[in-house]
Design a protein around this ligand. Structure first.
Ligand SMILES: O=c1ccn([C@@H]2O[C@H](COP(=O)(O)OP(=O)(O)O[C@H]3O[C@H](CO)[C@@H](O)[C@H](O)[C@H]3O)[C@@H](O)[C@H]2O)c(=O)[nH]1
Length: 454
């Protein structure tokens, strides 16, 4: 007869070391643990403090969750020690080395899997090698995709059909083929790696991830069905992928966890800071503004006397803010965001309409979902992908930001958006409760993995 321990499902989780990827996968590991699965997270030394608090809380609740720390191969790729998370990298050259190092992690993960023989490996999509490594031990590899179904469908469609090749300029719009809604994009808003042009390590990783997509067991998506039903169906039926929606994962956070979440990290990118400062002041709205702050940064972006002038009206948080807690505060009327998937989902969970300012990655797609499909936000009007190499000329001007913020705060649309997003907030909460769509999809995944094993 099998003992209880023998029957317990054991899953390894390998988050990519970028906060927008790490934080939701920690939450997901906690979710599995809360359902009786033994969960082991793997990360590197510098990233370990991000995990410790979350793991402590889960353990205190009696869940089986643990952390395995591996070495980040800095010397092997010629990176200075300590650059173990994407926001700690400085230049493009470091970005390339960083991806080379994350590929080398395979050499450490393989013996770990051999030693522990878990029943499944859930690894971020940016570790394309994980599928083959898991296969060596007959273990299914499930991909964790940071973004939701809509950005996944849109980017898959662009990669597959390359519609941007049909337009004659970077600003001419084209329709993303085959989607349930008419979604117009321009080349300016596409990621270089989505068109698979160029030679960077990121492009190589993304290309390899596409291939790993085809051979992996399936994918986990941090979303809930009611948010994007047409795209959850489209991804499964049209792209033929096995997918489980089990989010919003952040709803599993306790109030204490919300305060400590990601504490050791820093904000990734903010641009046109001066323009934002001027616009916030001119909009006469109350605000909290979270700004990335490196230790040695000079604050030249802050207009003289700004903080004194906005005293009582505006608060600047330098560094890391407890975003989940701030968003759920009743005084918050709008969230100006660059539309990372997690922030977008968190705004939905808090019922806060968004003013969207996409910068790069999947953010232009997320903006379409928020403004065009769901009608829960307005766009500032950014027309162009911006990466580290592009300076603020491409960014928005004070007048545009001010107009967007002021118009939004006094508009009738705001009330309509607010009621739509409150409805979605309630659906999100119901999705993760017992019997809800995400709860049931997680149950289905756990049962399927058990049936493979036992
Ligand atoms: O001061 C801060 C800043 C951020 N956060 C949290 O950090 C996470 C940020 O995630 P996200 O909004 O997704 O932004 P990124 O970290 O930039 O995410 C990257 O990964 C996402 C998932 O793949 C993509 O959707 C984004 O475009 C990509 O930039 C969220 O949970 C925030 O609550 C805080 O708690 N405090």
């Amino acid at each position: 007869m099998e003992t209880k321990t023998e029957q317990q499902l054991h899953i390894f989780f390998l988050p990519f070391m970028a906060q927008g990827h790490t934080l939701p996968l920690i939450d997901i590991a906690k979710l599995f643990a809360s359902r009786g699965v033994k969960s082991t997270l793997i990360t590197t030394l510098v990233n370990a403090p991000l995990f410790s608090k979350a793991i402590q809380t889960s353990k205190s609740l009696g869940f089986e969750i643990e952390l395995l720390v591996i070495k980040f191969p800095s010397t092997e790729v010629g990176l200075p020690e300590g650059i173990e998370r994407t926001n700690l990298r400085k230049k493009q050259e470091q970005a390339d080395k960083y991806f080379r190092a994350t590929n080398l992690l395979e050499q450490q993960v393989e013996p770990i899997l051999d030693q522990h023989r878990p029943h499944c490996l859930v690894a971020d999509s940016l570790f394309p090698w994980a599928t083959d490594v898991a296969a060596k031990f007959g273990i299914p590899r499930i991909i964790f995709h940071g973004p939701g179904f809509f950005p996944l469908c849109a980017s898959t469609s662009v990669m597959r059909y390359q519609p941007q090749r049909e337009v004659s300029s970077d600003s001419e719009s084209f329709v993303v083929p085959g989607l349930p809604d008419e979604i117009k994009m321009t080349k300016n808003k596409l990621a270089p790696f989505l068109t698979l042009d160029g030679e960077s390590e990121l492009i190589k990783v993304v290309t390899a991830s596409q291939l790993a997509n085809e051979t992996s067991y399936g994918i986990i998506v941090n979303s809930f069905y009611e948010l994007e039903p047409a795209y959850a169906d489209h991804y499964r039926k049209v792209f033929g992928r096995k997918a489980w929606h089990i989010g919003p994962a952040s709803l599993c956070e306790t109030e204490k966890d919300k305060l400590q979440r990601g504490r050791k990290a820093r904000l990734m990118k903010y641009m046109s800071l001066l323009e934002i400062a001027l616009a916030l002041e001119a909009s006469r709205q109350q605000f909290i503004w979270v700004v990335k702050k490196e230790n040695n940064d000079k604050e030249e972006w802050l207009p003289e006397g700004f903080e004194q002038r906005v005293e009582g009206k505006g608060l600047i948080i330098r560094g890391w803010a407890p975003q989940l807690l701030i968003l759920q505060h009743e005084a918050v009327g709008a969230f100006l965001t660059y539309c990372g998937w997690n922030s977008t989902l968190e705004a939905v969970c808090a019922g806060i309409p968004m003013i969207t300012w996409p910068v790069s990655a999947d953010q232009f797609y997320n903006e379409k979902l928020v403004t065009q499909i769901l009608g829960i936000g307005v766009a500032v009007g950014v027309e162009k992908w911006e990466d580290d190499s592009v300076k603020s000329e491409a960014s928005m001007k004070k007048e545009t930001i001010e107009k967007a913020v002021t118009e939004f705060m006094v508009s009738h649309e705001k009330e309509e958006m607010r009621s739509k997003i409150l409805e979605l907030r309630d659906l999100a909460r119901r999705a993760v409760e017992e019997g809800g769509s995400s709860f049931l999809d997680l149950t289905a995944l756990i049962e399927e993995l058990k049936s493979l094993r036992f």
